[in-house]
Every structure is written in structure tokens, then in C-alpha cells.
Design a protein. Structure first.
Ligand code: PRP
Length: 189
């Protein structure tokens, strides 16, 4: 099947995404003016967003990456169990850290990352997330920068995968509802 065969609708076009990301980059550059910033990307979904966002940030900044285990979403959702697969290579003590995520769903992943990084005494620790599904939240998370607040639909593209494919798409699409049962990553308990 071609990726178009999975699409219910195009939720966010390339232009819509890039326009919002430019605004986020501008806002972040203003908020951290005169300071340095470390962008922490959570693999793998955050990669597309990170690379576009950093091109819109005009203050000096560096990047680093973390990888977190999924375990199967059912397990993670019910228990909140998250495990670190790859840690940062950077010491974040006394740094301004901005976590860059593609999507917040239950909030378990971010809650885990925030606690882990907060314990390392950064100067500041904030979150920039492209997509937020507030109706799915199971733990309270304060998100400082949100690209788009979206309804509880299965979405893919622009970093988000369908069984590891289609992360490269420059847009965010919804999955056809009749195909939900084939993919259990989002919206399944
Ligand atoms: C996604 C996303 C977040 C997490 C959000 O990652 O990138 O890290 O799920 O879900 P939560 O709020 O319910 O914790 P995923 O595990 O799908 O890995 P991937 O980014 O490598 O696709």
C-alpha cells in the first residue's frame, strides 16, 4: 500500500506546520534572549520537528538526544512504566534545557523524562511539543510551548509512524478509522 491509502484526512499541511514552527522558533528565541539553550530531542518521533524548529531558533543552541522504551503502549499506559534506552551525552547541570517532543498523549513519557532531567539540576527545564492530545492525558504535565492541540485521532507523518513507516512525510495525516485495528500505537488501551 502507498501512504495515501492510509489517510483519512490531511490534518496539518506542510505550510500549516512550517508556519507554526516558525512562530514557535521566534517565541523561543525571544523568551531565551541573551541565554544559551540545549534542545533535547526524544527519539524517534521528535526528529523532524527538532530539525525544522532549530532552523527557526536564532539564539545560540545545541542539541542532544534521548531514547525511551515503549514496552508496548498498553503496558505503558496502564502502568506508566518507561525505561531509558539511550541517555544524553551532555551534562545539563546549569543549562537551559528545552525538551522537544512530537506528541503528548497520556503524559507518562514526559513525566518520566522531566523527573529524570530535573534531578540533574538544570537552570531551567521546559517542554516544546508539536502535537498535544489533552483529552488523552493520564498524568498532569505542564507544556510550555504547544504547536497544535488536536483531537484524539490516530495521526501519522512528520515524525509519527505507522509501524515505523512514513515518519518522513512533511504533513500530519489521520489514519482511516477502519484501519485502526491494524495499528495499536495510539488510542488503544
Ligand atoms: C511517542 C511520542 C512520545 C510518547 C507520548 O513515542 O514520541 O514520546 O509516545 O506518549 P505518552 O504521552 O502516552 O507517554 P513512541 O513511544 O511512539 O516512540 P517513537 O517516537 O520512537 O515513535
Amino acid at each position: 500500500m502507498h501512504w495515501q491509502d492510509y489517510v483519512g484526512e490531511i490534518m496539518l499541511s506542510p505550510d500549516t506546520l512550517q508556519e507554526r514552527i516558525a512562530a514557535l522558533g521566534k517565541q523561543i528565541s525571544t523568551d531565551y534572549a541573551g541565554q544559551e539553550l540545549l534542545l533535547v530531542c526524544v527519539l524517534k518521533g521528535g526528529v523532524m520537528f527538532l530539525t525544522d524548529l532549530m532552523r527557526q531558533i536564532t539564539i545560540p543552541h545545541s542539541i542532544d538526544f534521548m531514547a525511551i522504551s515503549s514496552y508496548g503502549v498498553g503496558v505503558r499506559e496502564s502502568s506508566g512504566i518507561v525505561r531509558i534506552l539511550m541517555d544524553l551525552g551532555t551534562n545539563i547541570k546549569d543549562r537551559n534545557v528545552l525538551i522537544v517532543e512530537d506528541i503528548i498523549d497520556t503524559g507518562h513519557t514526559l513525566q518520566y523524562i522531566l523527573r529524570l532531567l530535573q534531578a540533574r539540576s538544570p537552570t531551567s527545564l521546559r517542554v516544546c511539543c508539536l502535537l498535544d492530545k489533552p483529552s488523552r492525558r493520564k498524568v498532569p504535565i505542564e507544556v510550555d510551548y504547544v504547536g497544535f492541540s488536536i483531537p484524539d485521532k490516530y495521526v501519522f507523518g512528520y515524525g509519527l509512524d505507522l509501524d515505523e513507516l512514513y515518519r518522513e512525510l512533511p504533513l500530519v495525516a489521520t489514519l482511516k478509522p477502519e484501519l485502526y485495528s491494524q495499528f495499536t500505537d495510539q488510542g488503544e488501551e
